[in-house]
Design a protein around this ligand. Structure first.
Ligand code: ADP
Ligand code: MG
Length: 507
């Protein structure tokens, strides 16, 4: 259906695609995998006419075609859903779909007729999207289905999806895969870009693996496995399992007592009456579908929620810290690796050196010779951090923005580990991070635990939270609904608890 032949693309000095060849058979789900920066999006944007290749050719249905703009691609039946949705919040689903499809002629269109067609398409593919709904009222998962509808409405036979699951909860991913399989049954062809191996194995028929701008492998999914794919992606063996000795938990470091966090002025509760302890040398995980109070919990513990919005008590090393501010908590040894590293973790336009002291500048005599910062000393320390945490490129003068998500995350982790913390609050430590870096981050977390740090881990990745945690608390609707031993409990049991079921129901 689609073939890229020896596609080459440069951005300045970066060779983003180096003679990339991909063959996508009709009626299949084809996965393109590779670490961040491997060149996946570039290759597929070229197929969609979003970028123009410097060399090579594109073949559609056996014929060499010139695809200079997305218009050309659409005319050939190729649709693409980007990582960031391109919908207008204040318009309905139908308006969004039609306006995108018919630029310049919107005023003359029969919206009602279009809405009927869109409704029919939604039914055909069981997308459950209401054409009359306002986009702003839709969940992220629904918005993604609108993007799919948009491509289907333009008669796409080939759908290119760029990291479609990055924004979805585990449940939404399941539903999304059902939709993709249905599309395949109806004769559509799907190209899915991802870096999650479990997804590749679950959904694809064939896989093209990219590394450093090149295709390094092409395999049938049924003839490969996670270890082989990881080796191709990273270029070396990757430890996919977390190996850790049993925890030797010591004294209680954190004690949370009946903590409640009210989120909105209406009095709706984000976190309800939550009590638990975390001891030195153990990792306590919080498993749950996102949006069930995890953010409120971590932010309340880090001191980022105003005391007037909380009730209950937080004790750290036996001391009541319920009313202390974030900075004091940090000074006491509570480090926080936030879920949103762009909003809370980094200043993207500041360089790595500057980012390496964010929030810690006040406590480092070597760094802060009041009232001026000692930039030379900061740079030396940043270089050490960059080396210890394998931040690439290893240049402290680069802005944080220039780094991939995984390298940004390693920088934040290095900074927070440097406290050094007695308690680490860590949310989504590997979101958007490459598998090579995931392995590294997991090892660092277990290492910190074994040095006696108490760790509270929140992750939407069930596999991650079960693999890393010594004890696991399941959160649902703001309450801790169960404590389980991750070694004794299956992911199905935990998944059920996460959605409000009980463990007994599983049998
Ligand atoms: P992937 O999708 O596999 O993460 P990309 O195709 O986005 O990788 O990027 C491949 C390389 O090309 C990276 O080094 C990236 O920084 C660079 N790159 C991608 N798009 C652009 C662009 N518009 N301008 C400059 N460099 C880019
Ligand atoms: Mg990409």
């Amino acid at each position: 259906m689609l073939e890229l032949r020896e596609i080459t693309k440069r951005f300045g000095d970066v060779l983003a695609n180096d003679r990339v060849s991909v063959v996508v058979e009709p009626g299949t789900i084809h996965a393109i995998v590779g670490e961040n920066g491997a060149g996946k999006s570039t290759a597929m944007r070229i197929a969609y006419g979003f970028y123009t290749a410097d060399g090579g050719e594109i073949v559609v249905d056996g014929e060499v075609r010139k695809i200079a703009t997305p218009h050309d691609a659409i005319a050939l039946g190729i649709g693409m859903v980007h990582q960031h949705f391109m919908l207008v919040d204040t318009m309905t689903v139908a308006e969004n779909i039609v306006l995108g499809a018919e630029p310049g002629s919107a005023a003359t269109l029969d919206l009602q007729k279009a809405a009927r067609e869109i409704g029919a398409l939604s039914d055909e593919f069981k997308l459950s999207v209401d054409p009359e709904a306002m986009v702003e009222n839709l969940s992220v998962g629904q918005q993604q289905r609108v993007e799919l509808l948009k491509a289907l409405y333009r008669h796409a036979r080939l759908l290119i999806l760029d990291e479609p699951t990055a924004v979805l909860t585990p449940q939404e991913v399941e539903e999304f895969f059902i939709i993709l399989r249905r599309m395949r049954e109806q004769g559509k062809t799907v190209v899915i870009i991802t870096h999650k191996l479990s997804e590749v194995l679950a959904i694809s028929d064939e896989v093209t693996v990219m590394r450093d701008g090149r295709v390094v492998g092409r395999v049938k999914t049924s003839e490969t496995n996670a270890a082989e794919l990881a080796r191709m992606m990273v270029g070396r063996d990757v430890l996919l399992r977390v190996e850790k000795p049993d925890a030797r938990a010591g004294r209680t470091v954190l004690s949370v007592k009946r903590l409640t966090v009210v989120v909105r002025s209406g009095g709706e509760r984000g976190l309800r009456d939550v009590s638990f302890d975390v001891r030195a040398g153990e990792i306590v995980g919080i498993a749950g579908v996102e949006g069930n109070g995890q953010t409120e919990l971590v932010e309340a513990l880090a001191g980022l929620v105003h005391a007037s919005q909380t009730s209950g008590a937080i004790e750290f090393e036996g001391r009541d810290i319920t009313r202390t501010d974030a900075r004091t908590r940090h000074e006491l040894g509570i480090a926080h690796i936030p879920e949103d590293r762009h909003r809370r973790g980094l200043l993207l336009d500041f360089d790595l050196s500057e980012n390496s002291i964010l929030g810690v500048h006040y406590r480092e005599p070597a760094v802060s010779r009041s009232p001026m910062l000692d930039t030379a000393a900061i740079r030396v320390r940043a270089l050490e951090l960059i080396k210890d945490f394998d931040v690439r490129p290893a240049n402290p003068d680069l802005p944080a923005r220039a780094l991939s998500g995984g390298n940004q995350q390693k920088l934040i982790i290095g900074r927070e580990f440097g406290l050094p913390p007695k308690l680490l609050l860590v949310s989504q430590p590997t979101r958007g991070v490459d598998i090579g870096a995931i392995e590294f981050i997991h090892r660092k977390l277990v290492g910190l635990r074994d040095e006696g740090c108490a760790i509270l881990l929140v992750s939407a990745e069930l596999e991650e939270v079960t693999a890393l945690s010594d004890r696991l608390l399941v959160i649902h609707h703001g309450r801790i609904v169960a404590e389980v031993d991750p070694k004794q409990t299956t992911n199905e049991e935990i998944g059920l608890l996460m959605t409000g079921g009980s463990k007994a129901n599983v049998e």
